[in-house]
Design a binder for this molecule. Sequence first.
Ligand code: PAF
Length: 281
Amino acid sequence: MKIIHSVNQMQRFSNEQKKKGKSIGFVPTMGYLHDGHLSLVRKCRKENDVCVLSVFVNPTQFGPNEDFQKYPRDKKHDEVFAKREKIDIIFYPTEKEMYPSGYLTCVTIGPIANLLCGKSRPEHFQGVATIVAKLINCVSPKVMYLGQKDAQQALIIKQMVRDLKYSTRIKTLPIIREKDGLALSSRNKYLKADERMQATCLYRSLKEARNLIRAGERGPSKIAKAMQKIILSNPSAKIDYIECVNANNLVPLKRLQGNILIVLAVFVGKTRLIDNITVNV
Ligand code: PAF
């Protein structure tokens, strides 16, 4: 496994691989790797000649009062993980190179970035799109792997890749859950023991929504109410949003039909968690 810090070295490596006819698969992360990343890395490994993983806690996707400073970082753990999974390259770009003083250019995405998480995190998706554009330009992957837990992020990145004519293909892989249903996330580390127990309410509420839809319910507000009831029976839980949207464009649905994404963000204590499921009717 090789560790690369500089953009120049990363680009040179990718060019050499391409000249040799090798396909590059890429998993962008903010580190603190867990089994959710594992599924991305294994798929990447399986489908490509060369597997690149980036670790960069991207400051521009955090709001001023968010957890950029305390976001969990553990290089040793990440490197053990990457070696075990036979990753070829860990790319650790530096903040200085990614955002040199005087940088001006950002990638903004249209209205899709202002819905759902974009409402409570106004600059978030601009930060995500900007760093992912830069990372693609460094790694030049044939395929990039993302997790469905960040469903809005995955749609936004797909939109950007389409609009900016990148040749990279995006693959979104299913959410990985703990045994009790909690979606894996680096932020789960913030949860205190009692909060960790309460945090299962996100998935429980999503399952209830799915059951109601399967039983014939088609009204989004009825679904949201049933979900609210489950979530708010936990003293540490506060709802940021619950929405039933079109899974292809995130537009809120008046009546449930087609490919539906049920999506939510909930604070458990101070930790903001997101989760979602898709249902087809
Ligand atoms: O999902 C993440 O870990 C990040 O948002 C990403 C895509 C690596 C961009 O910083």
